[in-house]
Design a protein. Structure first.
Lengths: 318, 294, 675
């Protein structure tokens, strides 16, 4: 099994390597480089050359990639063009803020999704299922920026319960941040919960229809014991990977939600750095977001491996 | 066993059969009607909108809904009703053609990978995985900010980024079909590879890929309107729901009507496409609820 | 009343169709199970037998509902009991042994836990007592080293072991009634015979009543005292096992029995026309009317009632049962196969063929060599003559299908050669075979659901070989397709149908037609009847035999069912673990089995006759890999000599009856050791 986990980690690293290549080549082949976009109209003659020299753009691309990659491995993303400061300093607080937002959404979303998914599956085609499933379709199809906008309109503007727009500096403390994150968390958790609940539902229904659950019933196992011992472990195992993919996919949604709420996280940094043509920051963001994606999937894979008795004994038998 | 009287021989009757199956359930019927309504609206709206969508009139700024301006006016004095009616045209066009492109390249590459297997398959899937792990929004924003927001850029870019999920589905479906005995049977008869792909494999992966394409359509619409909401989609003064929501958002504490109508327009279209895609999948006997939206 | 353990009264179970129509799966079932007796419920797929068994536990599947009637257990109706009350009965009073235990054991829980769970629920034992009881139970079902077994997960056991665990689990609560739903379907013949033996012993030891549901009359004959025959959701015949299986007085049962190939009878079984009506499609009259050969006018419009005939303690649902003529003690089927003397005219020659599934390592790939000293299939030498039917038999893992695939070119052979028409060596790579060679050898698969493209109509399916090999177009193509359909006794209107619109038997006919479309010299049949119901199987066998007689085709027929093989084959090759054990004219192999494995196999075959008992002479251990050295059967051989068998590959010896065997013991000595 350790070999399998090791293999997954290796594959993840290969993926990250390809991502770094793609982003580097991508920013390289697109028209304009950091200097022309940054200097805009003044991008000619001495100023351009000075800029090239300063950013080291005068050396061949592969050498730049190697030295950039070398620095990234050591945790140094280089300098931001617009902010004129080390990217690590720009990223630090942003990552923290986004993590707070995302973890809150995940902490609320996953248990909610499990409960709703299980309820809808166990009461399949009955009233609770019909109501929750219909709501789920709405909340997962409507884009985050619409639900976020509606939340602001209703909760912040009409009811005046919570602040609508986050107006705090980037480096606020956790407790100052707390009231501000309630609405963004709801906006993200809503769509995530809906997606995951639907998957949990169909997975549970599938297992409920299996021969071994019928057998457990015929053995006289009480209903809830049957659900917890025989159904859920088998239904949730395949759901882990899908949940991971959903979380990873929602990284994009986090960006939009952060913009709607003016939240000082990575998402807003994405928009800012792209608007400012700050390519080093964009590259750093691509690597970081891709690493998050890869690690979420890795964790899911390892969890599946550890929990699946079939894979657990694979090594023993062979 | 149901005994249908005659087999549907041509494509048209097959399409009609699928459509009628879709419409036989309320959710499918609702989805189809919404979608039909939006498509009709997008095609015909330029002929009957009451006002010019780009006519700016400072004297008419932020008027509340009235008999003259049914949904009120926006911050530049433009009629919100007119702009709402027109606001889905670009989104529908871009995402429709974008999905076609996604379907085409994703489907072809997926089938190819499924067929060749082995090392080539491994390498291609690694690269697709790598593309998957870059958040689509980052990549899209980068492309759009460097290449501009014209339709010629948006359609292929969206088509590319939403096609990578189809690769996986097409590949998995191809793998499933290849293991079936009827492929072994055709091989043993000595049919050429092309004929096996064309006659035996394609008809059996087609449904899965089409369903995936329909799903991509609704997600692409979501992505596209997010882009225009962020200001990286279509450029003003073109009416577009995402852009309209973004513009009216700051003023919604006193002019909520200008944000509600594009929200209704966009939400109903996305729900319509989604319900249709769901019904489509069910009509073809494919369960889509167990798949992650990647 | 007191000696009935379960009473089923007027039970109807069904579902609502999409259009809101009520469709019944069980119709007015009334029967009793006596204390201590074993009752068999027999029927083909779709007859409602499993639904009835589940109802006896108060369980109705999702989507179905009870339309009327009751299942009384200790005079309380299981079908309107609360779940809480049912939990106290299920597993404790009534227990189920399911079909396919592999899927009925929860995959994430250890065997020991799953048995302990039943003990916890239904007994008052404490922890230590429970643990020793688990060992007892696993011992009772004859599983080796029970303590280790208890720590295993279900997927780590073989099919036979899983089935035994399911039996142990059912016995945990000391039930008064055991329901067995096809408990041996899907197991190898020897394993099946052992599991049945075990069940019989348990019934004897514990005095538990049993309800044994199966489509296999052979298994029913071994274990049951009384038999209920079901057809289209109704009981059509019920009575003591000997009366039912030896002198059936219902035309369906009579036909069913005649359609089963038997070791004791030679020739092809008789087939029954038509197929069982789908739920909701049975007409006003008798549900067997269309297929019945003694039906009268009245049967069409009015349904017969179940009528009890006290002299023979039998209930029958037929107006005309007195008309049914029962041929006393047949010696052969009426439909005797015409076994001509086949001339020695070799059409296919397998010469030292070895096939391996082992993956090459990277280095071996570079040097392009295959280094598997112990391949899946090894040293196969068979000559096949024109016009004969040669059967390859063996249990799962015997490599019989692998050999077939290799002949078809779907698998490359590692060593050896396959020669066609005496001197033409067939390339192991399909691409290098000429179009005419490809045409000459056609393949029919086990499961027509998998082998027919679901997106093609019958016309498209049949036109493929016709276009490919003969370049037929337009009218000519159509004419040929109609001709083919006629050959397999299907009407012209089938052309427009999709496979999903056909019944199992019709699908397999289309697959047969597709193979014959190529006008082949050899047809490879891979378990072609295993997925079919017995009455349909008989019809397909009959069809294959007629086509062969008309066209002189050679069949290579792979099957695990020894009775089917006996009915259709001229020559038999017995395989174990990918090695040939015995080969010879089928008449002789069946009459005088020489190789110990052949003897073991034949001994385990169940005849649908309660008076013929199987002979179990070897254990049913499952071996995952053939042994590296010596005889392939050394692990299970009841006559093993010792080191000689373990180290030396036995030589071929030819017996006087024309069968050759591979064994260290001489044929004469083997004969004298047999019973």
């Amino acid at each position: 099994m350790f070999f399998l986990i090791f293999k997954r980690i290796l594959l993840g690293l290969i993926t990250l390597f390809i991502v770094s290549l793609i982003t580097f080549v991508g920013t390289e082949i697109l028209p304009g480089d950091a200097c022309t976009t940054y200097l805009e109209r003044e991008a000619y003659g001495a100023a351009l050359e000075a800029c090239y020299k300063r950013l080291g753009l005068d050396i061949p691309a592969y050498e730049r990639y190697l030295s950039w990659a070398y620095n990234v491995i050591q945790g140094d993303f280089g300098y931001s063009l617009s902010g004129q400061m080390p990217i690590n300093e720009v990223l630090g607080p942003r990552i923290k803020n986004s993590m707070v937002l995302a973890s809150a959404a995940i902490i609320i979303g996953i248990p909610m999704a499990l409960i709703l998914g299980i309820i809808t599956a166990l009461w399949r085609d009955k009233l609770p299922d019909i109501i929750i499933s219909t709501l789920a379709i709405f909340s997962m199809t409507i884009p985050e920026f619409i639900s976020a906008t509606l939340l602001i309109l209703i909760v912040a503007i009409w009811l005046e319960w919570l602040p609508g727009i986050v107006i705090v500096p980037t480096d606020v403390t956790f407790f100052e941040l707390l009231p501000n994150i309630i609405l963004p968390v709801i906006a993200i958790a809503m769509i995530m919960t809906a997606h995951m609940a639907r998957m949990v539902r169909s997975s549970v229904i599938q297992v409920m229809a299996s021969d071994y659950v019928q057998m457990a019933i015929l053995k006289g196992v009480p209903y809830w014991k049957m659900v917890f011992k025989h159904v859920l472990p088998n239904a949730l195992l395949p759901a882990i990977n899908v949940v991971a993919l959903t979380i990873a996919w929602l990284l994009g949604g986090v960006v939009v939600t952060e913009v709607v709420f003016n939240y000082p996280g990575l998402g807003r940094l994405v928009i800012e750095s792209i608007s400012n043509r700050d390519l080093p920051v964009v590259q750093a963001l691509a690597i970081i977001l891709a690493s998050i994606y890869v690690s979420i999937n890795l964790i899911a894979d390892v969890m599946t491996l550890m929990l699946n008795p079939r894979l657990k004994t694979l090594q023993i038998r062979k | 066993m149901e005994n249908r009287k005659e087999n549907p021989k041509n494509i048209l009757s097959k399409v009609l059969e699928v459509l009628s199956t879709m419409a036989s359930k309320p959710s499918g019927l609702i989805g189809l009607s919404i979608l039909f309504f939006h498509i009709t609206l997008a095609i015909t709206s330029p002929w009957f909108v009451p006002y010019d969508y780009k006519a700016i009139d400072p004297t008419l700024m932020l008027q509340a809904p009235s008999s003259e301006y049914w949904f009120g006016t926006d911050s530049l004095g433009r009629d919100v009703f007119t702009r709402t009616l027109l606001g889905g045209r670009i989104a529908l066009t871009v995402t429709f053609f974008g999905s076609l492109i996604a379907l085409l390249w994703g489907g072809l590459l997926g089938i190819f990978c499924g067929l060749v297997g082995g090392k080539i398959d491994d390498i291609v899937m690694r690269i697709v995985d790598a593309f998957l792990s870059i958040p689509w929004i980052l990549a899209m924003l980068l492309i759009v900010s460097l290449l501009g927001t014209s339709i010629e850029v948006l359609i292929p870019a969206l088509g590319f980024f939403y096609g990578k999920g189809i690769v996986r589905v097409a590949r998995a479906a191809t793998h499933d079909v290849i293991a079936k005995d009827f492929i072994a049977s055709a091989k043993a008869r000595g049919h050429s590879n092309m004929s096996i792909i064309w006659n035996e494999i394609l008809p059996n992966v087609r449904d899965a890929i089409l369903v995936e394409g329909a799903m991509r359509w609704s997600w692409m619409l979501l992505g596209f309107s997010s882009l225009s909401f962020l200001g990286f989609g279509v450029s003003p003064p073109t009416p577009d729901w995402g852009l309209m929501i973004s513009n009216a958002r700051g003023l919604m504490s006193f002019a909520w009507w200008s944000v509600i109508s594009p929200i209704v327009g966009l939400s109903s279209l996305i729900i319509g496409i989604n319900l249709t895609a769901d019904a489509f999948a069910k009509a073809l006997g494919i369960d889509r609820s167990t798949k992650a939206p990647v | 009343m007191a000696n009935y353990i379960q009473t089923v009264k007027n039970l109807s179970i069904g579902f609502k169709s999409q259009k809101g129509k009520e469709i019944s799966i069980l119709r007015n079932i009334t029967t009793n199970i006596k204390k201590g007796e074993t009752v068999g419920i027999v029927g083909e797929s779709g007859s409602g037998k499993s639904t009835l068994a589940l109802a006896m536990m108060g369980y109705v599947k999702h989507g179905l509902y009870t339309m009327s009637g009751e299942c009384l257990f200790n005079s309380s109706n299981l079908l309107n009991m609360t779940n809480r009350d049912l939990e106290k009965i299920r597993g404790r009073k009534i227990a189920m042994i399911p079909q396919n235990a592999g899927q009925s054991l929860t995959p994430n829980l250890k065997i020991g836990y799953q048995i302990e769970e039943a003990l916890k629920l239904h007994t008052n034992l404490n922890k230590e007592e429970r643990e020793s009881k688990i060992s007892d139970l696993l011992n009772k079902v004859r599983l080796p080293s029970p303590d280790i077994m208890a720590l295993r997960y279900p997927h780590e056991l073989s099919g036979g072991q899983q089935q035994r665990v399911a039996v142990a689990m059912a016995l945990a609560g000391n039930p008064e009634l055991l329901l067995l739903d096809e408990p041996t379907t899907g197991l190898d013949v020897t394993t099946q015979a052992h599991v049945l033996e075990l069940l019989k012993d348990i019934a004897k030891d514990t005095g538990t009543s049993m309800v044994y549901v199966s489509h296999d009359l052979g298994a029913i004959a071994q274990v049951c005292d009384r038999v209920i025959v079901m057809y289209a959701g109704e009981i059509v015949l019920e009575g003591p096992v000997r009366k039912i299986l030896k002198e059936p007085i219902h035309p369906y049962t009579h036909g069913l029995l005649n359609s089963i190939p038997k070791l004791s009878l030679s020739g092809l079984p008789d087939s029954m026309p038509g197929s069982q009506p789908q739920p909701g499609h049975a007409g006003e009259g008798c549900s067997f009317y269309d297929r019945c050969n003694i039906s009268v006018e009245k049967c069409k419009d009015s349904a017969p009632k179940l009528e009890y005939i006290s002299e023979i303690d039998t209930s029958v649902r037929c107006f005309n049962h007195q008309e049914l003529k029962i041929n006393k003690k047949k010696n052969s089927f009426s439909n005797n196969i015409n076994k001509k003397n086949i001339k020695i005219n070799e059409i296919l020659n397998l010469n030292d063929v070895s096939i391996t599934y082992a993956k090459q390592s990277f280095l071996d790939q570079i040097f392009n060599k295959i280094t598997d000293s112990n391949p899946t299939v090894k040293d196969i030498n068979i000559n096949i003559n024109k016009g004969e039917t040669i059967a390859l038999v063996g249990e799962s893992g015997s490599g019989k299908s692998t050999i077939l695939k290799s002949i078809a070119g779907l698998l490359k052979n590692k060593d050896g050669s396959i020669k066609f028409n005496q001197d033409k060596v067939l390339s192991s790579d399909l691409r290098n075979r000429s179009s005419d060679d490809l045409r000459s050898i056609q393949l029919i698969f086990q499961n027509p659901d998998e082998s027919l493209n679901p997106n093609h109509t019958v016309e498209q399916i049949l036109s493929q070989p016709l276009k490919l090999y003969f370049d037929f177009k337009g009218e000519e193509l159509k004419k040929n397709i109609i001709q083919l359909l006629k050959k397999v006794r299907l009407g012209e209107f089938y052309m427009g149908r999709y496979p999903r619109q056909l019944s199992g038997g019709e699908k397999q006919r289309v697959a047969v037609a597709r193979a014959f479309a190529a006008k082949p010299d050899i047809i490879l049949c891979d378990e072609v009847t295993s997925a079919l119901d017995v009455s349909v199987q008989a019809a397909v066998l009959d069809l294959l035999n007629n086509l062969k007689e008309d066209l002189g085709t050679t069949y290579i027929f792979v099957s695990h069912d020894l009775a089917v093989v006996k009915a259709i084959s001229d020559r038999v090759a017995v395989l174990y673990q990918g090695r040939l054990c015995e080969i010879g004219p089928s008449k002789n192999v069946y009459q005088f089995p020489s190789h110990p494995y052949t003897e073991v196999l034949l001994g385990a075959v169940l005849d649908p006759d309660p008076d013929i008992k199987p002979k179990l002479i070897a254990e049913d251990i499952v071996e995952e890999k053939p042994p590296e050295n010596g005889c392939c059967f050394q692990g299970r051989c009841p006559r093993i000599l010792g080191d000689k068998c373990r180290n030396e590959v036995p030589p071929w010896q030819i017996g006087e009856n024309g069968n050759s065997i591979r064994c260290h013991i001489s044929i004469k000595d083997l004969k004298s050791q047999q019973f």
